[in-house]
Design a binder for this molecule. Structure first.
Ligand code: PRP
Ligand code: URA
Length: 212
């Protein structure tokens, strides 16, 4: 895959360890959910390296000092339903007061085209750093459409996070939204004829919610 300036692939040994367990078809729903959450928290830390901190005065037991904090109310989380819901708590671990919007998308199983069925976003989202989250980036259709929807609402500062991605999904988002940093914990080999990521982990929504 060509290198894109806005794409960041994590190569962290701890993430690799967790991904190995996540992929295993014998990993049950509870552990799967916990792993998605833990990986998301690690990714959130890494993706905030460029955050603008604000100065605050702190009184230590000894003196007053100028320190720096993240303006917490400036963050929002938007999961792409359903599977993105599994990543919300992982971001909330870092930003517990972040407001949450929801974008509902499903892929038509024949055409693989995303269909939007729900969109509810917090007021003032256009002025926040928005974490758009979805564990799976396959063809990239869902992510591109969700990014279009957020931009239509005026969002200017969006970060997209996916746990596992196929090269064509990464390329589709990187090309259509060059202004959006794309954080991917693991880049997989390819898609199969049904649009599933290989080696992948199967259907993330079903494994998170036990629907199959
Ligand atoms: C999955 C996944 C992404 C999408 C990725 O959702 O969670 O949203 O597929 O595929 P794409 O990159 O080709 O668009 P799915 O449509 O299975 O819906 P679900 O989360 O409700 O199961
Ligand atoms: N959605 C999933 O849940 N898994 C895939 O491999 C591709 C899309």
């Amino acid at each position: 895959m060509k290198a894109y300036k806005n794409v960041f692939i994590f190569d962290h040994p701890l993430i690799k360890h967790k991904i190995a367990i996540l992929r295993d078809k014998n990993t049950g729903m509870k552990e799967f959910r916990e792993l998605i959450e833990e990986i998301t928290t690690i990714m959130t830390y890494e993706s905030m390296r460029d955050v603008k901190l604000i100065p605050v005065q702190v009184e230590t037991p000894l003196e007053t000092t100028t320190q720096y904090k993240v303006p917490e109310e400036s963050v929002a989380i938007v999961p792409i339903l359903r599977a993105g819901l599994g990543m919300v708590n992982g971001v909330h671990k870092v930003f517990p007061t972040a407001k949450v919007g929801h974008i509902g998308m499903y892929r038509d199983e024949e055409t693989l085209q995303p269909q939007e069925y729900y969109c509810k976003l917090p007021e003032g989202i256009e002025n926040k750093t928005v974490f758009l989250v979805d564990p799976m980036l396959a063809t990239g259709g869902s992510a591109c459409d969700a990014l279009d929807a957020l931009k239509k609402r005026g969002c200017k500062n969006i970060k997209f996070m996916a746990v596992i991605a196929a090269p064509q999904g990464v390329e589709a988002v990187a090309k259509a939204h060059p202004d959006v940093p794309v954080y991917v914990s693991t880049l997989d080999r390819c898609l199969n004829e049904n649009g599933y990521i290989l080696p992948g982990l199967g259907d993330a929504g079903d494994r998170l919610f036990g629907t199959k």
